[in-house]
Ligand binder design. Structure first.
Ligand code: SAM
Length: 278
């Protein structure tokens, strides 16, 4: 491999990850479309739709505190990068739930990725209304965010890059309000069908570094991204890590898909995990 991450100290790993995202920031959105054949858009749409962000106009009474109704939700999009998830959440809250107040903080460790996000929202209605802001922070240490202050914590295609995933999950738990939701959209290391898994591995290990080289002039960063998917825990193991951090997850050990407490997308290439803070 190009990096041999498993054998290098974690501090070095963190800086390597930072370099990867600095070098891909400006080509990141185009590359996502090419590498996933545009499917990442469908996954993100689905992820946001199933979270239904924003205060529903006619929800069951008593489900939300009066102050949340007044102020909208506080959403924290971790590893928010160029703002793909934040944009969708604000659009959903506004157009589906007619909620003009819900606020999203886009947080990322990488200033170049955040700069792309800032560009996207510059001059937008959301920015003018103060419904979006940016925070440069490591997901493993969100010390500027008070405990019990967030309604919804999202992380899409981010957590597999974190050095200490368990620490990031504990921080998610800390900042969420009781009843708040943790939601993660991430690639899975293996497809359940081994034939498809073989084909998919050939695509990802063959084509993606090549596309990275041709389009972004950066083979190594995309090689790293593919390898980081391989190293991420499987769905059941990741569900157990979420439980370990204190979240309630309905799924059972040995269960698959919804019975296991997660949702597989596109044959299990990606999965959605959720947890609720009791
Ligand atoms: N969520 C966006 C999306 O779905 O398009 C961006 C995903 S991008 C593949 C991963 C992001 O994770 C990068 O912007 C990177 O800077 C960020 N990241 C990596 N390690 C991080 C950490 N420890 N804390 C916060 N963000 C991190």
């Amino acid at each position: 491999t190009h990096f041999g991450f498993s054998t290098i100290p974690s501090t070095l790993k963190a800086s390597r990850v930072a370099n990867v995202f600095s070098s891909v920031a400006s080509s990141y959105d185009t590359m996502n479309d090419l590498m996933s054949l545009g499917i990442h858009r469908l996954w993100k749409d689905h992820f946001v739709r199933c979270l239904n962000p924003g205060i529903r106009p006619t929800g069951p009474a008593g489900l939300r505190s009066e102050s949340t109704k007044e102020e909208g939700q506080r959403i924290l999009d971790i590893a928010g990068g160029t703002g793909d998830i934040a944009q969708r959440m604000l659009d959903h809250a506004t157009t589906v739930n007619k909620d003009m107040k819900t606020h999203v903080t886009i947080s990322d460790i990488n200033p170049e990725m955040l700069a792309e996000g800032r560009k996207r929202f510059a001059g937008s209605d959301y920015q003018l209304a103060g419904r979006v802001d940016f925070l440069e922070a490591n997901a493993e240490n969100l010390s500027t965010i008070p405990s019990n202050s967030i309604d919804l914590y999202t992380v899409a295609f981010g957590i597999r890059n974190f050095t200490h995933k368990d620490q990031a999950l504990r921080e998610a738990f800390r900042v969420l309000k009781p009843g708040g939701v943790f939601a993660c959209l991430e690639f899975t290391p293996h497809l359940s069908n081994s034939v498809l898994d073989g084909l998919y591995k050939r695509w990802s290990f063959g084509a993606i570094p090549l596309i990275g080289q041709v389009v972004a002039g950066d083979r190594d960063s995309y090689q790293y991204l593919v390898e980081s998917i391989e190293r991420f825990p499987g769905q059941g193991e990741f569900r157990d890590m979420i439980k370990e951090a204190g979240f309630l997850v309905p799924g059972q050990e040995g269960g698959e898909g919804e019975k296991g407490g997660w949702e597989d997308l596109s044959l299990g290439i990606a999965a959605v995990h959720k947890g609720v803070k009791p």
